[in-house]
Design a protein around this ligand. Structure first.
Ligand SMILES: Cc1ncc(COP(=O)(O)O)c(C=O)c1O
Length: 442
């Protein structure tokens, strides 16, 4: 066969400095009418996308290293996902899975139950979002164990509903002014190999001095810290908590809302640690952007009886179709590509680290990669201003980034991104860092 001629992609391309005139119109209307609590990282007004390319309303095109916060796992309009959504929408939009049956819901429950780590049978409850999955898991853990106390970790992010913000400890603004929050929550240190500290010893001290281990219903852990900075803990730390739960009759809940569904090159990030949870939470990338989440629990843990928990929209038939198609695409192309492109990104980022002293640490699994920026490599003092400037500058050059933690960039592109996307994104990053070193104005 003759070799295929490669047509060079026509992105990134900046036709008009963003925000262009059409984007400015949308932004002005949004600012007038939408809740002031929205963040709006930078003035991107989206018009369309394909794979890991995003186009704005003024015709600018960007390489996407953030996937709408780790959501657009199969890219922006994967034909298999789109046709599954269209087909399901053409049949019926809703019937309420809490009360009635349909084949998309039962198939998705079976599929997720079988994908859950471990040999034991699992059962699945479908939600609309990550926070709803966290909320349900808190209820299930207390219901099943009949114990009150919950443990989560400093730097953790579990969402924005009451149980979820009570477990969250990544930024004070998520909690300030919203109290009282859920009682009986303790935040303990998360293991951070780059920054050091002994998180296991801190936990042991807490159990010796103030926290009765027998009262703990559940330990909520992100197997890779997401919003808190894309930190990969040592597997010993994760194993410590598995052993703690086994010893004290608590449940280990892995929040894989950001790290799951192939993002790390395995179905679930916990597989890298070789540790199984009692309850696994999924959302974000599960529906490629359609709102769907899941509580996947061992059968002997999901003991709440009929009528005790439900959701009007959770497991919506169109969202279930998107999730089933997403799982197919992740299985056939996403997992392998996440490993391949993840390695390419890590290698490229480590080369950038050799050239730019502001990069303190590069860490990642598959396409969940954190790049931590510091003022000084010896003191490891975070440099949040640099990260903020980098995010803004990269956007104006056609690369979409998002920050995480105090001073990291989280790289979580669609799992289908290409070698071209990786290499071009890295060269924009390089250019930005070189300019920022000289502090050239935008
Ligand atoms: C680890 C983790 N848990 C929970 C959530 C909350 O998910 P949602 O925004 O869908 O409620 C997020 C969202 O960023 C997350 O990253």
């Amino acid at each position: 066969m003759p070799p295929k001629t490669m047509v060079k992609p026509d992105y990134p391309r900046i036709r008009v400095a963003p925000p262009g005139p059409k984007a400015r119109g949308i932004i002005a209307q949004d600012r007038e009418w939408s809740s002031p609590s929205y963040i709006k990282a930078y003035p991107l007004a989206m018009a369309g996308g394909k794979g890991a390319m995003v186009e704005d309303v003024d015709g600018n095109r960007y390489i996407d290293f953030m996937a709408g916060i780790a959501v657009s796992s199969t890219g922006y309009n994967h034909p298999k996902v789109v046709s599954a959504v269209v087909e399901a929408a053409g049949r019926f939009l809703h019937i309420c899975g809490t009360d009635f049956y349909y084949d998309g819901m039962s198939r998705l429950c079976e599929r997720l139950g079988k994908l859950a780590p471990g040999k034991e049978k699992s059962r699945v409850f479908l939600t609309n979002s990550g926070a709803e999955a966290v909320e349900g898991a808190v209820k299930l853990a207390r219901y099943h164990t009949r114990k009150p106390h919950l443990i989560s970790f400093q730097g953790a992010f579990h969402g924005r509903t009451y149980a979820a913000i009570s477990l969250t400890a990544s930024k004070v603004k998520y909690r300030a002014g919203f109290g009282p929050l859920l009682p009986e929550v303790t935040h303990l240190p998360y293991d951070n190999p780059y920054r050091g500290g002994d998180a296991v010893r801190a936990a042991k001290e807490a159990f010796e001095s103030r926290l009765p281990a027998k009262d703990v219903a559940a330990v909520f852990m992100e197997p890779v810290l997401g919003e808190g900075g894309y930190v990969i803990p040592d597997s010993k730390f994760v194993r410590f908590w598995r052993e703690f739960c086994d010893e004290h009759g608590a449940l280990l809940v892995f929040d894989e809302i950001q790290s799951g569904v192939g993002r790390t090159g395995k179905w679930w990030a916990c597989e890298h640690h070789g540790v199984e949870p009692d309850i696994l939470l999924s959302a974000k990338g599960l529906g490629s952007g359609m709102p769907i989440g899941a509580i996947v629990a061992k059968e002997d843990v999901m003991t709440w009886p009929r009528g005790t928990h439900g959701s009007t929209f959770g497991g919506n038939p169109v969202a279930c179709a998107a999730a089933l198609a997403t799982l197919d695409v992740v299985e056939s192309e996403g997992l392998a590509n996440a490993r391949l492109m993840g390695d390419r990104l890590l290698q490229g980022l480590r080369k950038l680290q050799d050239r730019h002293a502001c990069i303190g640490d590069v860490r990642g699994r598959g396409l969940m990669i954190g790049v931590e920026f510091v003022k000084d490599r010896t003191t490891k003092e975070p440099d949040p201003q640099l990260v903020e400037d980098l995010e803004q500058r990269a956007f104006r050059k056609g690369l979409l980034l998002l920050t995480a933690g105090k001073s990291a960039i989280r790289i979580a592109p669609p799992l289908v991104l290409t070698g071209y996307d990786v290499d071009t994104g890295l060269s924009i990053l390089d250019e930005c860092l070189t300019e920022l070193k000289k502090r050239r104005p935008l």
